[in-house]
Design a binder for this molecule. Structure first.
Ligand code: NAD
Length: 257
C-alpha cells in the first residue's frame, strides 16, 4: 500500500531545464515511477536527448524547446503541451542559472538575468500550468530551491543567486497557501552542493571552494543528482499528500550546522 503512493502511472509531468543535470535525473525518476514526461529546455538538442533516452528506456516522453523567461512563450508552451499530450498533473520548476560574482561586481543585467530564470520563469510556469491545475482541482508543483534560500553560502559570493533562491522558497509557500483549497500542492526541494555541470567548473577552477563545501557539510561529500531526484519524486507523488509549502532540505546536513 505504501509503495503504491510513490507511483505516478497515468500522470503527465513537465520538467523544466531537464536537458541535463538534476532536471534530466528528475525526468528519469518520474518516468520510472510511471509518469509521461515533457522535457523542456532552452537548449533544444539537450531536451531532445533526454526525451530520447527516456523513450529508448521504454517510457513515454516528449521534448519542447522554450526560453521560460518570456511569459508569452510559457503560455504558448502550456497550451501546446496540454493540447498535444493532455492535462499536466505535475510541474517541476527546475531550470536555473548561477552567476558567481560579488555584489560589487554584479552588473544590473546579470542580476536581472538571474532573477528572470530562477524566479520570474518559475512564476510564469506556475501560473500557466498551475492555473490550469487549479481550474481542474488538483496537481503537484515541485520547485528547485537551494541551501542558498536559507543561508548565505561561502566562500563564493553569489548575492543574485542567493536572493533568487530565497524568493523561490517564499513563492513556494505563497502559492501553496493560495492553492491548497484547489488541491494543488506546491513544495520545494532545497539541495546542498550537487555534483553537476553547474558546480563542476567551479570545483576545477577554485579547488579551495570545494574543500570548504566539504568541510561545511556534515556528511562530508556532495550530493549526487539522483539523491535530489528521489526527494522530488516523493513531493510530486501521493506519498506527500499532506505536504504543501514544505521546503525539503537535501543537503547532507549543511543547514543543520
Ligand atoms: P544545470 O545548469 O546543469 O541545468 C540547468 C538547465 O536549465 C540547463 O539544461 C539549461 O539549459 C536550462 N535553462 C537555463 N535557462 C533556461 C531558460 N531560460 N529556459 C529554459 N531552460 C533553461 O543546473 P543543475 O545543477 O542541474 O541545477 C538544476 C536546479 O537545481 C537549478 O534550479 C539550480 O539552481 C538548483 N540547484 C543546483 C545545485 C547544484 O549544486 N548543482 C544546488 C542547489 C540547487
Amino acid at each position: 500500500m505504501f509503495m503504491e503512493r510513490f507511483r505516478l502511472d497515468g500522470r503527465r509531468a513537465v520538467v523544466t531545464g531537464a536537458g541535463r543535470g538534476i532536471g534530466a535525473m528528475i525526468a528519469h525518476a518520474l518516468s520510472e515511477a510511471g509518469a509521461e514526461i515533457v522535457v523542456v529546455d532552452v537548449d533544444p538538442n539537450s531536451a531532445a536527448d533526454t526525451a530520447g533516452k527516456l523513450t529508448a528506456a521504454g517510457h513515454k516522453a516528449h521534448s519542447r524547446q522554450a526560453d521560460l523567461t518570456r511569459p508569452e512563450i510559457v503560455e504558448a508552451l502550456c497550451a501546446d503541451v496540454e493540447a498535444a499530450v493532455g492535462p499536466v498533473d505535475i510541474l517541476v520548476n527546475n531550470a536555473g542559472i548561477v552567476i558567481v560574482k560579488s555584489a560589487l561586481e554584479t552588473e544590473a543585467d546579470e542580476w536581472l538575468k538571474t532573477m528572470d530564470v530562477n524566479v520570474n520563469a518559475m512564476f510564469y510556469c506556475s501560473k500557466a500550468f498551475g492555473g490550469r491545475m487549479v481550474q481542474r482541482g488538483g496537481g503537484a508543483i515541485v520547485n528547485l530551491g537551494s541551501i542558498c534560500g536559507f543561508v548565505a553560502t561561502v566562500p563564493q559570493n553569489t548575492p543574485s543567486y542567493i536572493a533568487s533562491k530565497g524568493a523561490v522558497h517564499l513563492m513556494t509557500k505563497s502559492l501553496a497557501c493560495a492553492w491548497a483549497d484547489s488541491k494543488v500542492r506546491v513544495n520545494a526541494v532545497a539541495p546542498g552542493y550537487v555534483e553537476s555541470e553547474m558546480t563542476g567548473p567551479f570545483r576545477k577552477q577554485f579547488p579551495h571552494w570545494y574543500d570548504r563545501w566539504i568541510d561545511m557539510t556534515p556528511m562530508g561529500r556532495l550530493a549526487k543528482a539522483d539523491e535530489i531526484a528521489s526527494a522530488v519524486l516523493f513531493l510530486a507523488s501521493d506519498a506527500a499528500s499532506y505536504c504543501t509549502g514544505s521546503i525539503l532540505s537535501v543537503d547532507g546536513g549543511y543547514t543543520s550546522l
